[in-house]
Design a protein around this ligand. Structure first.
Ligand code: ATP
Length: 635
């Protein structure tokens, strides 16, 4: 009999397309139960205390700054499901960002974990952050998402059957087992949310932060997700969610609530103590009124701004612990430190790097995932091929047989520049348009330590290479033969090499822009920054005619090396005189004459290759550092 876990592994390893027989509509939503989720936390529970947390953002040049959190305090107890509540703009997501360690800029205050100042590296190893938008690999099925995540997050010493058992356990507990062959993009909102949780549960985190896990869900899905979180918390985890305005029944599912208004804490304690707390503060909750609704109305200032002040003072901005159950028995920091001595922490601290698996494994899994995504997104793969064939045929027809005719040398030169434009624009724009959409998933997975940025970067470079090479080869073969360029393997090889290098440089340039700017700004910047490159390429204004003070431009324009390389490939290598069949006088019958006219030397081909190689490396490395900077800057 095959293990069910192995079934999951087999399913995804063979990359079976979606199982049409598994239909969301046809199957009733399975009941969620973490009773089946056998993976209990393996470490001591985590008690988090935060003191005087502030967060300030800069609003831009000359616009000053804005303080979002005003020195809030609080305690997040283990085995508790904690709700951070408050009106829109109160600072809930910001507080969650700070507590999870996601936000680092403009943050003040201290976070203690089990009585000690937070060690970010250790904390990240025990926690995960699930952001509001579901950042899933939509092209992959549930089981593929899980298998690839387990390959990245579980020890490489575990075999696929052991990993399969973990996955099966989680999917069953989260009611996703029936949907494991469904693509993530086709799941319902609640199922997507559960898949986001399932992916992070793989390495069994002790602390989970969830930003608005109930937003956009119907009441039944809301309570399913919250019950799931509560069950996970009861197993020994610390789970913190932000919620907008829960219904009375949903509110009752939380153990602890933390209410924010304009960056201040109005209440911190158990859900059932909220009503007596409000009564004690002189703002009693009306009978038959949902206390969750009432405190939000108070936080919005509907009953007067003074009430906010009263509640903030009474809650001591989160310092007061008297509204917890049994506040006197709550362990002090000293007790917590004794319960969790450094010697134990030392044993628990893995000696490996930031991620769970070695970088070689990360690269292998990411490359596998990249190829699978490329295979699934066949439209894009086909489109790239078709565009290259079409443009190749179009240019080939426009400049048909221009390559060997002495009277059409200038025409052929135009063709070479047009080819260069094609190699520059299509890959650059494709990268600028597609890369920003990858950023949110990259940011989530990288923050949750699935892989290093270097592994990701190398994998996307490798995954794109085959289709880039094939498209470029197809285009080159079509345009080269149709336009009647000299039929010599060496010349075609040189022509293809320059084409490929130009594509790689343009892609790297697009990556630099896509890593930093959004689609709108990138779409403007990419072509705009390419114009000076065209000016300095030596087309229109020859390199000889460039004013001396602008000559430096020709060195920084990769198109100059591309054009020079093309000219070297076609007219260099001591090319004999050209045919002169179509006109009585052929000005450039002798290729050397033409080369001197455009101020290009025939023997610079290898210098051009070297320059383009340097461009590829420098721009790729620059794009990597810009990406790294961007990932930190958004935090
Ligand atoms: N980078 C930023 N620059 C300027 N203002 C910001 C920035 N980040 C957050 N804010 C502001 O800080 C306040 C709190 O934002 P936050 O997203 O934490 O609120 P929230 O309580 O989670 O709201 P919602 O429930 O609507 O998501 C808002 O007024 C928001 O506009």
């Amino acid at each position: 009999m095959m293990l069910a876990g192995a079934q999951i592994v087999e399913d995804s390893v063979s990359y079976r397309p979606e199982n049409a027989s598994v239909s969301i509509g046809a199957n009733p939503e399975p009941q969620l139960t973490t009773q089946g989720f056998s993976k209990m936390p393996t470490r001591d529970p985590v008690d988090i205390q935060f003191t005087n947390i502030t967060c300030t953002v800069h609003l831009g040049f000359n616009k000053g700054s804005k303080q979002i959190l005003h020195g809030v305090n609080g305690r997040l107890r283990p085995k508790q499901l904690v709700a951070i509540m408050g009106p829109s703009g109160a600072g809930k997501s910001t507080l969650l960002d700070v507590l999870s360690g996601y936000r680092i800029t403009g943050v003040g205050g201290v976070v203690h974990v089990n009585g000690r100042g937070r060690n970010m590296k250790r904390f990240k190893k025990m926690s995960c952050y699930i952001q509001q938008d579901d950042r899933l690999q939509g092209l992959l099925t549930v089981s593929e998402n899980m298998v690839l995540a387990s390959d990245l997050k579980l020890s490489i010493k575990m075999d696929k059957y052991e990993k399969g058992e973990v996955i099966e356990d989680i999917l069953t507990a989260l009611g996703l087992y029936e949907h494991m062959s469904t693509r993530a993009s086709r799941l319902s909102g609640g199922q997507k949310k559960r898949l986001s949780i399932a992916l992070e549960l793989i390495n069994n985190p002790l602390v989970m932060f969830l930003d608005e896990p109930t937003t956009g869900l119907d009441s039944s899905s809301c309570s399913q997700v919250v019950k799931l979180c509560r069950d996970l918390a009861q197993q020994g985890r610390t789970i913190v969610c932000t919620v907008h305005q829960p219904s009375a029944s949903l509110f009752a599912l939380f153990d602890q609530v933390y209410v924010l208004a304009a960056g201040n804490c109005l209440y911190q304690g158990t859900t059932k103590n909220l009503v007596p707390y409000l009564e004690g503060a002189g703002v009693p909750c009306p009978i038959y009124h949902n206390p969750a609704d009432y405190i939000i109305e108070l936080a919005c200032g509907e009953y007067g701004e003074d009430k906010i002040q009263i509640l903030t003072t009474k809650a001591e901005n989160g310092r007061a612990l008297s509204w917890f159950d049994d506040p006197d028995s709550m362990p002090t920091m000293e007790v917590l430190r004794k319960q969790c001595p450094l010697s134990v922490l030392k044993e628990q601290d893995p000696s490996t790097g930031n991620e769970e698996t070695p970088r070689s494994n990360q690269r292998k899994v990411l490359i596998k995932r990249g190829f699978l995504k490329a295979k699934r997104d066949s439209t894009m793969t086909h489109l790239r091929l078709i565009v290259n064939v079409l443009v190749g045929v179009m240019l080939g027809s426009l400049f048909i047989k221009a390559g060997n005719e002495g009277s059409r040398v200038l025409e052929n030169y135009n063709l070479l520049f047009a080819i260069l434009m094609h190699h520059m624009m299509s890959p650059m724009m494709l990268t600028i348009l597609t890369f920003p959409s990858e950023m949110s998933i990259l940011s989530k997975e990288h923050f949750n330590r699935w892989y290093s940025l270097g592994s990701y970067y190398i994998s996307i470079t490798i995954v794109d290479l085959p289709i880039t090479i094939v498209s470029c080869a197809v285009f080159s073969a079509i345009v080269y033969t149709m336009s009647g360029q000299p039929m010599a393997i060496s010349r075609f090889g040189m022509f293809f090499a320059i084409s490929l290098y130009t594509v790689l440089v343009a892609q790297s340039f697009g990556l630099m822009i896509g890593a930093v700017f959004n689609v709108v700004n990138g779409t403007f910047l990419g072509p705009t920054l390419s114009v000076p490159m065209m000016m300095f390429a030596g087309f229109g204004v020859t390199l000889r005619d460039l004013p001396p003070y602008l000559y430096w431009g020709s060195y920084v324009s990769y198109l100059r090396y591309g054009l020079e390389g093309f000219v070297g490939a076609i007219y260099g290598l001591e090319r004999p005189k050209l045919d002169c069949n179509e006109a009585p006088i052929c000005l450039y019958k002798y290729p050397r004459q033409f080369l001197s006219e455009v101020a290009m030397s025939p023997d610079r081909f290898w210098w051009d290759v070297l320059a383009l190689t340097i461009f590829v490396f420098v721009l790729r490395i620059a794009a990597f550092f810009l990406l790294k900077w961007k990932l930190n800057a958004v935090r």
